[in-house]
Design a protein around this ligand. Structure first.
Ligand SMILES: [Zn+2]
Length: 55
């Protein structure tokens, strides 16, 4: 079963992307929905996601 989640900034509340993947799987950039990441800078291994609004 797949789950879907918004990637929401804890600082400003902006939703920068959406991810979809199997329940219980580790989160990784490949789970981001391509149509939601047009302006998102994908993080490298070990780096956090950055908010599109406040960085
Ligand atoms: Zn933000």
């Amino acid at each position: 079963m797949n789950i879907r989640a918004d990637v929401t900034c804890f600082h400003c509340g902006h939703v920068s992307a959406e991810l979809v993947g199997p329940k219980g799987a580790p989160v990784h950039p490949g789970m981001l929905r391509p149509d939601t990441i047009a302006n998102l800078v994908l993080p490298r291994a070990g780096q956090p996601f950055r908010c599109l609004r406040c960085g």
